[in-house]
Design a protein around this ligand. Structure first.
Ligand SMILES: Nc1ncnc2c1ncn2[C@@H]1O[C@H](COP(=O)(O)OP(=O)(O)OP(=O)(O)O)[C@@H](O)[C@H]1O
Length: 245
């Protein structure tokens, strides 16, 4: 199995001296759904940002779909990222003045591609939003907005979709719908999803969970259940608190 994303000895130290990543090596196999978890401040968002080419590590290498991002200049990296990576954020990040359909095709436009109306319509229909294409985001519920964001993340047929707390702003039911959708994106459509979450219930939708503590890998769990994830997290929390005390 090839890795859609590969991280090799990743270090990230921010200005001011905080080491957010302290030598992380990990692979995310193509066609898998991975949750990244860990105590607050353990480096989850930093890992996602570096893996996605939104930020650069201080040292180490990042491969996205076989291309080394860390060896690529800023302009080429942005171009590559726009076509090969999709993004889903907690607060949806939809542009309020664009319709649902215009939001979905935006990554294609930004990448200089023709907006594929038939393709975007097909994705929106699959996600149950076929009749909302001309609406502005403000007319949609949170769960519907996040489904639009999922459609937008998929429109370029990316090698990997990165999701940062995608259910953090949703009620339980909408969260379940979005997570089920992400699982389908992986298991029915063969995509790769890497999701940062605080929520053990959300993590249990993934194929495996990667745990971080103090910027380092702190284990992996395959076929996670919410209870098992919560228990492991509690122990990581103990350790992180112990390191501070
Ligand atoms: N832009 C920044 N400048 C300086 N320090 C930062 C910056 N971003 C993050 N950090 C620090 O790096 C460490 C890791 O942060 P990061 O956001 O990656 O953790 P996290 O696990 O995603 O946390 P949370 O669960 O609270 O969102 C923290 O100590 C944080 O304060």
């Amino acid at each position: 199995m090839t890795d859609a994303v590969r991280l090799e000895s990743l270090y990230k130290t921010y200005d001011g001296g905080v080491t957010a990543l302290d030598g992380v090596t990990a692979g995310f196999a193509a066609g898998t759904f991975t949750a990244v978890m860990g105590p607050s401040g353990s480096g989850k968002s930093t890992l996602l940002q570096c893996a996605a080419g939104l930020d650069r590590p201080t040292a180490g290498r990042v491969f996205l779909d076989g291309t080394e991002l860390t060896a690529t200049g800023d302009t080429a990296m942005t171009k590559f990222r726009r076509l090969r990576a999709g993004f889903i954020f907690q607060d949806y990040n939809l542009l309020p003045s664009l319709t649902v359909e215009q939001n979905v095709v935006l990554p294609l436009r930004l990448a200089g591609r023709r907006a594929d109306r038939a393709g975007s319509r097909a994705v929106l229909e699959q996600l149950g939003l076929g009749d909302r294409m001309r609406d502005l985001p403000e007319r949609l519920s949170g769960g519907q907005r996040q489904r639009v964001a999922v459609a937008r993340a998929l429109v370029t047929a990316p090698a990997v979709v990165f999701a940062d707390e995608p259910t953090g702003a949703l009620d339980l039911r909408s969260a379940g719908e979005v997570l089920t959708l992400l699982r389908e994106v992986v298991h029915t459509h063969g995509r790769t999803v890497v999701m940062v979450t605080h929520d053990p219930v959300a993590a249990a939708y993934a194929d495996s969970v990667l745990f971080l503590a103090d910027g380092r890998l702190a284990g992996e769990m395959r076929a996670p259940t919410a209870d098992a994830v919560a228990e492991r997290l509690a122990h990581l929390g103990d350790r992180a608190m112990g390191a501070v005390a």
